[in-house]
Ligand binder design. Structure first.
Ligand SMILES: *Cc1c(COP(=O)(O)O)cnc(C)c1O
Length: 356
């Protein structure tokens, strides 16, 4: 028998979350963002749930190839665009739409001379200051793209820096001022802007995390009013128990001291499974459906939990590390990170099943 740890991926949740997203932005078409292997879920596992999307967005060319091999006929968008001539050839061959964030990428397309023009997303750096053309460079970049051989339709694109903390207007106003009068579709909104900034929806939204039931802000309460469901469950079992006397400690570095006599459960899940080692004592976890907390350091293959609220729990009791009852965002917040990172960091050694 393998260790009892297991992850479950729920395509039905993704399908339902996609509907929720559509209702939030009824006039927009939807790029379902599945980069990083569908935020750690496995593209193949959630693929059947994406039928209703208008396109699939990702940034690894190999993932784009996989999506085409699965039979996806609708658009596929490469969010970081192409890096080499051979990328352009593949993009042409399998019909990809590519983001263009610098002149070098446009030149790559032009010099590869694709026979079928490649549709592009011309990206403006409206304030994120990672990739893309500055507002000052943008019109010229657009004119060059218009005149460029090998370039098909041009969609005007940008990305928000803090849509989750309430502010997009400063970027949106810059974007609108520069793109005023330019023909073509617009695409700006990630999950946060999709949920919280209707004005930014435009022609194509690009939701990622919300499709997986996570909160773009990293706070579970921020999506409490949105009917999204977690699409990943990480579960395991209790494989041992200890009774600690008041004053005793558990685990490495002795970070948790029992204030009174308590029972501790040992769970087959550690940081080598993708559970964050930074999760301090008190991180939420459920045992036999009862909410409790971790106690002590997370080790490589095990972690320990307080069994006080579940006195009948013992070896074989079911543990949910995150999923329907324990919000991944709460585990992440406790550990100083965001749900995105925990999803993406699910370790390859954890067996994954697809369930409803
Ligand atoms: C990842 C990504 C998104 C989706 O972001 P979420 O916060 O997961 O919704 C949208 N647009 C671009 C360019 C991205 O890289």
């Amino acid at each position: 028998m393998p260790r009892p740890i297991q992850a479950f991926v729920h395509p039905d949740a993704v399908r339902d979350n996609l509907q929720v997203v559509r209702q939030r932005a009824p006039k927009s078409r939807v790029w379902a963002v599945v980069k990083a292997n569908a935020y750690g879920h496995g593209i193949e596992r959630i693929y059947p749930a994406l039928e209703a999307a208008d396109g699939i967005a990702l940034l690894d060319l190999n993932e784009a190839v996989r999506v085409r091999q699965l039979g996806w006929k609708k658009p596929v968008l490469l969010l970081e665009g192409i890096f080499t001539h051979s990328d352009v050839k593949i993009a042409e061959e399998i019909g990809l739409t590519v983001a263009i964030h610098c002149e070098e990428q446009r030149e790559l397309i032009a010099s590869t001379k694709p026979t079928k023009p490649i549709d592009i997303y011309l990206k403006m750096n409206s304030g994120m200051n990672r990739l893309a053309f500055t507002p000052e460079q943008y019109r010229e970049a657009w004119e060059r793209a218009l005149a460029s051989p090998g370039v098909g339709t041009i969609t005007l694109m940008s990305h928000f820096a803090n849509a989750d903390e309430g502010e997009v207007d400063w970027q949106l106003n810059r974007f609108d001022a520069i793109t005023h009068g330019m023909p073509g579709d617009r695409s700006l909104s990630n999950s946060a802007a999709t949920l919280w900034h209707t004005r930014a929806h435009r022609n194509w939204i690009r939701p990622g995390i919300v499709l997986y039931g996570g909160s773009p802000s990293g706070r579970a309460r921020d999506v409490a009013d949105v009917q999204v469901r977690a699409s990943m469950t990480l579960s395991s079992e209790i494989i041992g128990t200890q009774t600690m006397r008041a004053g005793e400690t558990v685990g490495y570095a002795r970070t948790f001291t029992a204030e009174r006599d308590i029972r501790i459960g040992v769970v087959a899940c550690g940081y080598a499974d993708g559970y964050p080692r930074h999760a301090p004592s008190g991180t939420p976890v459920s045992v036999d459906g009862v909410l409790t907390r971790t106690a002590g350091r997370v080790s490589m293959d095990m972690l320990t939990v307080d069994l006080t609220p579940c006195p009948h729990a013992g070896i074989g009791s079911k543990v949910e590390l995150w999923g329907q009852h324990v919000k991944i965002d709460d585990v992440a917040a406790s550990s100083g990170t965001i749900g995105y990172e925990l999803m993406c960091a699910l370790a390859p050694r954890v067996p994954v099943s697809v369930t409803a």
